[in-house]
Design a protein around this ligand. Structure first.
Ligand code: SAM
Length: 159
């Protein structure tokens, strides 16, 4: 598979997963957290799906498309491992984490801290959608929509 094909499948999976969990998330109070703003494409999709929800985005730098850049109070700049710690207990309805790199050694390091962080950010029964698997006893694996191949994206609910 070319990298272009792989990219198309990844962003299609993101869209399908975010659409799949939208109704569930709407029934939960609490903010939405976007870990890895990047270009702001998924942030923009989250805004469209959850127009009345506070959405807080995190990235080590602000380099999103201008119209997809959050207001300063909802844009947290720095290393997520550190900046998101102070949001522990915020009781998020949804955490979306798109911070995989495609480099297994780097992603393995992220997977040492991201599961605990995500679990601490979520409300009870809150949802996390992640490009990386999150192994944590408080996170229960949920089925993906039928269009998404297992292993391409991961969905969990906070117990
Ligand atoms: N979902 C985004 C979109 O649709 O535009 C793309 C996200 S991009 C793949 C990943 C982003 O996460 C990059 O902008 C990168 O700077 C950021 N990132 C990755 N790991 C990070 C970390 N540990 N701390 C802060 N930012 C990080």
């Amino acid at each position: 598979m070319s990298r272009l094909d792989s990219f198309i499948r990844r962003v299609t999976a993101q869209r399908d997963v975010l659409n799949h969990i939208s109704d569930t998330v709407r029934e939960l109070p609490g903010p939405v957290l976007e870990l890895g703003l990047g270009n702001g494409r998924t942030y923009d999709h989250l805004r469209e799906r959850f127009p009345d929800r506070r959405i807080i985005a995190f990235d080590r730098a602000s380099h999103a498309y201008k119209a997809s850049t959050p207001d300063p109070e909802n844009m947290i700049i720095g290393e997520i491992r550190e900046t998101a710690q102070s949001f522990t207990g915020i009781d998020a309805a949804l955490v979306h984490a798109d911070i995989g790199t495609g480099y297994p050694d780097q992603d393995a390091i992220t997977q040492t801290w991201l599961p605990q962080l995500a679990a601490g950010l979520l409300a009870r029964h809150g949802i996390v959608a992640s490009g990386l698997a999150l192994d944590h006893p408080a996170l229960e694996l949920l089925p993906l929509p039928a269009s998404v191949k297992p292993g391409r994206y991961f969905l969990y609910r906070r117990r």
